[in-house]
Write a protein that binds this ligand. Structure first.
Ligand SMILES: Nc1ncnc2c1ncn2[C@@H]1O[C@H](COP(=O)(O)OP(=O)(O)O)[C@@H](O)[C@H]1O
Ligand SMILES: [Mg+2]
Length: 246
């Protein structure tokens, strides 16, 4: 068991398609590539998790198996349920079918995350686009919540609603890192506009780079590994370094 508990980092937005899974996968892989970090990646998008696919791993066990055995779960056996990716990231995949999601309760998620915190330096949690109890138990464990928005008006509107809810739930403001994904100056909405509408400073930006993101996700190879020189990979590395510092 570790002396200090590991850090849970949740990647969240109440909207789908903004890049949560893309960031979660690539950030986990980046963190595992530095400082000999032990990194776990938990797919809590229970209805539509696609991390196993994005990392080209066979989900021979999933969060549903841990749930089945939850009373006996402890830090010394949790690895039996995780799947090791070639990057050394240990992955806990989402249920294979959406109807299995109902077996996973918020109490199970609490236990899984507390157990992983006894073993791993970082536990990156990918989430589904909602404020359900499963996500709230992840947010409760998190030392950092990366709230993702993109630069289109529907996403910004949803982010305003989502950030309002997060604030009303009393998560500390400095726990929340606002990440602007798919950034491209040509879209006519500036970083400043987004900050004004959301009443929050953007912590980090990830550029739009369709060819890198789609080709890496189709191959099941996170881009921070094979395309480390691309500016999108550098932006993920910056987020990882920022976590390391604080
Ligand atoms: N920075 C980016 N540039 C280009 N495409 C991106 C970027 N981030 C994500 N995408 C694409 O957007 C889509 C949604 O991303 P995903 O990570 O699955 O979002 P979410 O998990 O929030 O639903 C995917 O097709 C992904 O490849
Ligand atoms: Mg996703």
């Amino acid at each position: 068991m570790r002396e200090n508990k590991g850090k849970v980092i949740s990647v969240f937005s109440n909207k789908g398609g903004v890049g949560k899974s893309t960031l979660a996968v690539n950030l986990a892989v980046y963190l595992a590539s530095i400082d000999k970090n032990q990194v776990a990646l938990v797919d809590l998008d229970l209805m539509a998790g696609d991390i196993a696919l994005m990392m080209d791993i066979n989900p021979k066990s999933t969060i549903v198996d841990v749930t089945r055995d939850i009373s006996g779960i402890s830090y010394d056996i949790i690895d039996d349920y995780l799947i090791k990716h070639s990057s050394n990231v240990m992955v806990l995949p989402a249920p294979i079918t959406p109807e299995q999601a109902e077996f996973v309760s918020p109490t199970c998620v609490d236990k899984i995350l507390s157990t992983l915190m006894e073993k791993y330096d970082y536990i990156i949690v990918d989430t589904g686009p909602n404020f359900g109890d499963i996500n709230l138990s992840a947010l409760d464990h998190s030392s950092k919540i990366f709230y993702i928005t993109t630069i289109d008006i529907p996403a910004i509107k949803n982010s305003r609603v989502g950030l309002d809810i997060i604030r009303r739930l009393n998560y500390e403001e400095d726990k929340i890192g606002l990440i602007l994904n798919m950034h491209d100056k040509k879209y006519g909405v500036s970083q400043k506009d987004v900050e004004t509408i959301l009443n929050k400073k953007i912590s980090k930006m990830i550029p739009m780079d369709l060819s890198t993101v789609v080709s890496s996700s189709n191959k099941g190879e996170p881009f921070v590994i094979n395309m480390a020189k691309k500016s999108i990979s550098k932006s993920i590395a910056e987020i990882g370094q920022w976590l390391k510092e604080g």
